[in-house]
Structure formats: C-alpha cells, structure tokens
Design a protein around this ligand. Structure first.
Ligand code: FES
Ligand code: FES
Length: 163
C-alpha cells in the first residue's frame, strides 16, 4: 500500500508485524494491530498516563509515540505482568488488596509505570510513592489506596527478591 510502512514490534515477547500509516500511534498499534486492549487510551496527548507501556523496560506513553518509532524494539504491556492465568503479579495483588482501583481505567498505566521502579525500593515514603505515580491520573480513588498498594508490593517484592 502506498504511503504505509511495514513495522515489526516485539510485544510481550511476540513479534507483531503490520503495514501501517506513518501517523499511527503506538497505542493504536498495540490495541488494534496486536489486539491487546489492556493498554487504555484516555487523553491521547500525554497527560493522563493511561496508555503507559514499557519500551525496552522503561515506561513510555504510547499515545506520544508513532508505531514506526517502535519498529525493531521491544514493548511490554499490562497483559505480560501476571505470571500465569491464575496468579497475579505482586503489584496487581497489592492493588486488589488495598482497593487501589475503582473503575480500573487508569490501572494498567499505573501498573506499567510503577513496576520497573519496585526492585530495591522496599521502604518507600509517601512522598517517594507520590513522586513515582505523579505522571498518572486517577479520577476515582483519591490515590491513598494506590500509595498503600505500591508500598505493600515493594515490600513483598523485595522480601522475596523476585522483581
Ligand atoms: S492516553 Fe496517553 S497520556 Fe493519556
Ligand atoms: S480507578 Fe477509575 S480512573 Fe482510576
């Protein structure tokens, strides 16, 4: 097709190839080409953090990147967090236990932003946690449950040493 480009992105360890418009956002590539709808799209201009995924292990806002910019690179989405169908990641478990979500729209973005920060961060202050989640907006929870969940997850992950 003229004007399109072939893009290949490794998403959660699986290569996803598609012929796309150069203006296609990475968030839309993930949702529509890879069919991974756990990555949510809220503001679509870099403000809310709902679309956060990990690119080469670091959190990025997938609505601020074009799919072509991720060509040949590795992306991880929220679908890859849980170790199995029946087990949650410690961060997901802590969100569940601490009532850190209500509607859940913001949750994948929070999880993917926080997860890389937890290794070696066992005793976090409220201020450190609020700084860590400062780029993600939640309209439901008032953030207190999220702060508690991050502290609990960090403690458990670093006790077990399996971040
Ligand atoms: S949808 Fe990407 S930051 Fe809001
Ligand atoms: S739980 Fe509804 S926006 Fe965060």
């Amino acid at each position: 097709m003229s004007g399109t480009r072939k893009v290949s992105v490794e998403i959660n360890g699986v290569p996803v190839e598609a012929e796309v418009e150069p203006r296609l956002l990475l968030s839309d590539f993930i949702r529509h080409e890879a069919g991974l709808t756990g990555t949510h799209v809220g503001c679509e201009h870099g403000v809310c953090g709902a679309c956060t995924v990990q690119l080469e292990g670091r959190p990025v806002r997938s609505c601020l990147m074009f799919a072509v910019q991720a060509d040949g690179r590795s992306v991880r989405t929220v679908e890859d967090l849980a170790p199995s169908e029946t087990e949650m990641h410690p961060l997901q478990q802590a969100f569940h236990e601490c009532h850190a979500l209500q509607c859940g729209f913001c949750t994948p973005g929070f999880l993917m932003s926080i997860e890389p920060e937890l290794a070696g961060a066992d005793e976090l202050t409220d201020a450190e946690i609020r700084e860590m989640v400062g780029g993600n907006l939640c309209r439901c929870t008032g953030y207190q449950g999220i702060v508690e969940a991050v502290r609990l997850a960090a403690r458990r992950i670093n006790e077990k040493g399996h971040a």
